[in-house]
Design a protein around this ligand. Structure first.
Ligand code: NI
Length: 199
């Protein structure tokens, strides 16, 4: 089991790295005046999901606030809880400024992550954390909009299956536009500085 976890963490780390590299490349190809705006347009977009309170929401409900968007799942043994702890600590450290930022945790495991499950789970982290779930189709569409890879781990047959997923935190503007991202393993201090630049 230890070895499995290590492999999963490595996979998450690599996926994060690949995503970051992909973003870097997207932003650095076709240099020219459109460079920044095209980079922004590639991450994020419309979605329809259900909040951990049971309320149906779309991207419009988050307009006017910065969001830190992170995809994962509540049964994740290590990567997701670690990342959500970093997000929570970073927002706490930002203090008053951090109140402008809403952390959003979107599940990529909607079959197990029901509204009830999400509600219970988000209570373990920052008080402003919003959990989002939905139908498998809705989740797929949201993950696609944010370029997040995920898949059920193939060699797991039990109900306690693991999910492989990219672990990357996006900072989105109050207009819902991509501002920056943090790869898995980014420390609290670095995240605080990275966010504060935009507030
Ligand atoms: Ni995870």
């Amino acid at each position: 089991m230890k070895k499995r976890l290590a492999i999963l963490i490595l996979a998450g780390f690599l996926a994060g790295g690949v995503s970051a590299l992909g973003l870097y490349m997207l932003q650095n190809t076709n240099p020219g005046p459109k460079q920044v705006s095209s980079g922004k347009a590639l991450i994020g977009g419309p979605f329809k999901l259900t909040e951990h309170t049971g309320r149906r929401v779309t991207e419009e409900d988050f307009k006017g606030r910065f969001t830190l968007v992170y995809f994962g799942y509540t049964f994740c043994p290590d990567v997701c809880p670690a990342e959500l702890q970093v997000i929570s600590a970073a927002l706490d450290e930002l203090g008053k400024k951090g109140e402008k930022v809403t952390p959003v945790f979107i599940t990529i495991d909607p079959e197990r992550d029901t509204v009830e499950q999400m509600k219970e789970y988000v209570g373990n982290f920052h008080k402003s954390l919003v959990g989002l779930t939905g139908s498998p189709e809705e989740v797929r569409a949201a993950a696609k909009a944010y370029r997040i890879y995920y898949a059920r781990a193939k060699d797991d047959t039990s109900t306690e299956y693991l999910m492989d997923h990219a672990s990357i935190v996006y900072l989105m503007s109050p207009k819902g536009e991509y501002l920056t991202h943090f790869a898995y393993g980014t420390g609290v201090e670095k995240m605080v500085k990275g966010i504060a630049k935009y507030l």
